[in-house]
Design a protein around this ligand. Structure first.
Ligand code: PLP
Length: 454
């Protein structure tokens, strides 16, 4: 089930998914949107409150289809790790990576096998914290090591293991330090010049290097991708014939707004397939090609529904203030990320003509603005005229949305709902306020004797 039966011949089929992928966000951005997957947004909020995260299951399946040419698609679960989302991806034959003990727990909880070949769970990180290392040892997980120190740490608990090395090829991609995953300023991976030394260290403690991994983030730039491919090829030849798998990492783009373009998946596949083919010819055995997308699989499926609770003017700016904040969706404040937005008028109401507005949340923090650019510059967005009680829909929030949520300002985590072929499933209940404070205690009210704590 892990090996796509269509294999490398399906390349020509890839264009179809690509087209839909370029359109979705732009269809509703700046407009009126009253339904998702056939469900009335007003009814959803009437039934389950606000804010809520919605996921359209059909879109996740579609994105899985797009990538069928790749033998192994490994979901970077940090993008959206709800158990039901992982379960849905598992049904589609997608495997996972895990970057923490908690993510290992999630993968095991939905039934991924720790000991399959190729491994259904790979621990990928730049460190082993002690909790993760214990879990890796207990389940004998395959590990993708992003720092040289991890070699001896793993060998101590998993003698004779097969490992993957994550390489930083010496250059990165992306304009922001927060999203750049290569080059000398990145903390990720093993510096390319240190690969020979790491191969010796691995051999010295009895580990076999069977995989190489590069997660650079390629955007839509095929020239840059070709550079990454070349770097992979060079590193792979240093490892030699013990190498069984190369991983292209993640970074497949999502189109969040008009004017952005998606990746030419067929060209992307072809470049990596050439690297693989060349290595197979040299090593005389098959080499597995993995892809490790996060956002691509889930971003467009997600919508954050939130109610407009105040409309007010500040000088020249008109504000829509909603009941979701960066406690629910942090990408705008973290990276100045753009998300498409739409208005769903309350039942019986019609939206007004579009106007330029600033959209903000409820938090006591001036940065709690959804319409901001990199560096925190507040910008305006053209949205339909709206009133208190109308809904604001923030789109493309399926990746790095709910997973980055916090309890800041003591706001509970929002509910998450999966919409699938006419079925509605609550996949996370709204966090009860009591649960939010359940692991704390006030020592001033303590009823246990203080001795119990020593
Ligand atoms: C975050 C991450 C990914 C996924 O990145 P996307 O940009 O969401 O595709 C893949 N691999 C690794 C190692 C990551 O850290």
């Amino acid at each position: 089930m892990l090996v796509w039966p269509v294999g490398r011949l399906a390349c020509g089929l890839l264009g179809i998914g690509n087209e839909g992928y370029r359109m979705i966000a732009t269809q509703y951005d700046g407009k009126v949107l009253t339904e998702v997957a056939g469900f009335s947004l007003n009814q959803l909020v009437a039934g389950y409150g606000s804010p809520i995260y919605l996921y359209d299951a059909a879109l996740i399946r579609q994105r899985c289809q797009d990538l069928k040419a790749f033998e192994t698609v490994r979901f970077a679960q940090k993008a959206c790790s709800n158990l039901s989302i992982l379960g849905l991806l598992k049904q589609q034959g997608v495997v996972v990576d895990a970057v923490s003990a908690g993510e290992i727990l999630r993968a095991l909880a939905v039934g991924y096998s720790p000991t399959s070949d190729p491994p259904e769970i790979v621990y990928t990180s730049d460190i082993f914290d002690r909790e993760a290392l214990e879990m890796v040892a207990e389940h004998r997980l395959h590990c993708n090591l992003g720092s040289p120190d991890m070699i001896e740490q793993l060998a101590a608990v998993q003698p004779g293991a097969e490992i993957t090395l994550r390489i930083n090829p010496g250059f990165g991609h992306g304009h922001s330090q927060k999203t750049n995953t290569g080059g000398p300023q990145s903390k990720h991976g093993i510096w390319h010049e240190q690969l020979p030394e790491c191969l010796e260290r691995a051999a010295a403690c009895g580990l076999t290097v069977v995989g190489l991994h590069m997660h650079i983030g390629s955007g839509t730039d095929l020239e840059h991708l070709a550079q990454v491919c070349q770097a992979m090829d060079q590193c792979a030849r240093m490892v030699g014939p013990s190498l069984k798998t190369i991983s292209a990492g993640g970074g497949l783009p999502t189109v969040y707004r008009a004017g952005q373009s998606g990746m030419d998946l067929a060209a992307y596949y072809q470049l990596w397939d050439e690297v693989r083919g060349g290595l197979e010819a040299t090593f005389g055995h098959s080499v597995h090609l993995e892809l490790e997308p996060g956002r691509y699989l889930v971003a467009e499926s997600g919508y954050l529904l939130t109610e407009i609770r105040a409309v007010k003017r500040m000088g020249d700016n008109l504000f829509y203030l909603v009941d979701a904040g960066f406690n629910n969706l942090a990408r705008p404040i973290l990276y100045g990320a753009y998300h498409p937005m739409a208005i769903c008028p309350a039942p019986g109401r019609a939206a007004g003509p579009n106007q330029d507005v600033v959209v903000g949340g409820p938090l006591c923090e001036s940065g709690d603005i959804f319409t901001q650019e990199d560096g925190g510059v507040v910008s305006r967005r053209s949205l339909p005229g709206a009133e208190v009680g109308d809904l604001l829909v923030i789109g493309c929030t399926g990746a790095y949305g709910s997973v980055m949520a916090s309890n800041y300002n003591s706001k509970p985590l929002a509910a998450e709902i999966l919409l699938d072929e006419g079925q509605l499933r609550i996949i996370r209940r709204r966090q009860p306020l009591e649960e939010m404070i359940a692991s704390e205690r006030s020592v001033w009210e303590a009823t246990e004797p203080a001795a119990a704590l020593r």
